[in-house]
Write a protein that binds this ligand. Structure first.
Ligand SMILES: *Cc1c(COP(=O)(O)O)cnc(C)c1O
Length: 376
């Protein structure tokens, strides 16, 4: 018999009871099992259709031989590679099990329950999970009509008790990005007691000459943390590696809080090799540019069915149809195409489509067309 615990206190605090879990993209293996098919495609998690960098793959195979050894807990070589890549001091680098962990680590390191944070509507949903788990309060600021982050409103939402301000640049799932002068305004005008977090997961994809990383403006502001990931253009979502750049004193606190072996040995080796594979990054960005053209042109051809999309420099497009995104998604699933419905983001008619290879984009467009027609 289980023990009665009627009078006991709830098993979790209220802020944990209220936590909505992050819902990842549906795995290919799951869909294929459910439908009894093979050859499905996944355009749901902004993964690189070219796979991992070959150098990273080889590095992982080599390190597999030594998998009985713990990883380098200090991640010495990994941090050195990141410092070289980003042209910062090695003391300013924090390693993470993907950048998601680094975002969590920021809240765990710098916040106490009740602290206030500022985010934008339709920004990366992980921020909400992280803020709720850390028992923060927050203001989510409306975007502009074109889904672009409203810089003025973000700055205006900061209060005396605001501790964190998260900006995804470019943003997921809208695909919009801020221009350099807007980034600078945030860094200059947000009161200096606030830790500004720039999440730059899609940095390498952006071709707009008016865009700039917040890393290029670090002299403007002390309390700035910039996060990057190996999950997108570097093709290593499954390996789990990311990094944050912060002033050395902040990086030191974050490193004390993080798990000692948070980036495993295979991921460290893969990340180091991926940073060294400029050719792969170039090819990935080029493939993404041409895939985006295919997808965007195909979407324009569906505009008479009410399909619209938000322009983007990333490896995904946010689209909207006149119908429930969930229903369109379900019909696409049955054709073996996994995209991402956006109801959880407060965009019930939207879907996010990762830019795949040309063939994948074309197959996705056919499935989308059928799915939209099926709603009429
Ligand atoms: C994909 C993504 C991340 C990266 O997550 P990882 O934990 O590094 O895989 C971070 N921020 C945004 C906005 C993303 O889209």
């Amino acid at each position: 018999m289980t023990k009665k615990r009627q009078d006991a206190r709830p098993i979790v605090p209220e802020h944990i009871a209220l936590l909505n879990p992050y819902v990842p993209g549906k795995p290919l293996s799951e869909l294929e099992r459910e439908l009894g098919i093979t050859g499905a495609i996944k355009l749901a998690s902004n993964e690189n259709p070219l796979g991992p960098s070959p150098k990273a793959r080889d590095a992982m195979v080599q390190v597999a031989e030594y998998a009985h050894f713990y990883p380098d807990g200090a991640a010495f070589e990994f941090k050195r590679s990141v410092a070289k890549y980003t042209q910062v001091d090695v003391t300013e680098v924090v390693t993470g099990n993907g950048s998601n962990e680094l975002l969590t680590l920021i809240a765990r390191t710098f916040c106490v329950p009740g602290d206030h944070a500022v985010i934008s509507d339709y920004s990366f949903i992980a921020y909400r999970v992280i803020m709720q788990a850390a028992n923060l309060t927050w203001t989510s600021v409306a975007t502009r009509r074109d889904y672009a982050t409203d810089v003025d409103a973000m700055i205006a939402a900061v209060r005396d008790d605001t501790r964190l301000l998260f900006v995804a640049n470019p943003n997921n799932p809208t695909g919009t990005h801020l221009k350099a002068r807007e980034v600078r305004r945030i860094l200059e005008e947000v009161p200096e007691h606030v830790i500004v977090v720039f999440d730059e997961a899609y940095h390498e994809y952006v071709q707009d000459p008016e865009y700039a990383s917040a890393l290029s403006m670090r002299s403007v502001r002390e309390l700035l943390v910039v996060t990057r990931t190996f999950s997108k253009v570097f093709g290593l979502g499954g390996a789990r590696a990311g990094f944050a750049i912060a002033p050395a004193f902040m990086a030191d606190y974050m490193t004390r809080v993080r798990e000692p072996f948070n980036v495993n040995a295979l991921a460290q080796a893969a990340a180091i090799a991926a940073l060294d594979d400029e050719d792969f990054v170039c090819r990935s960005v080029e493939a993404n540019e041409s895939g985006r053209l295919v997808l965007a042109e195909g979407l324009l051809a569906l505009s008479d069915l009410g399909v619209i999309f938000t322009p983007s420099q990333t490896n995904f497009l946010l689209i909207e149809t006149p119908y429930s995104g969930r229903d369109v998604y379900d019909v696409m699933l049955r054709q073996g195409v996994i995209v991402r419905p956006m109801g959880g983001y407060g965009l019930p008619r939207a879907l996010r489509i990762t830019i795949g290879t040309r063939e994948q984009c074309e197959r996705c467009l056919r499935a989308l067309r059928q799915a939209v027609l099926a709603q009429q």
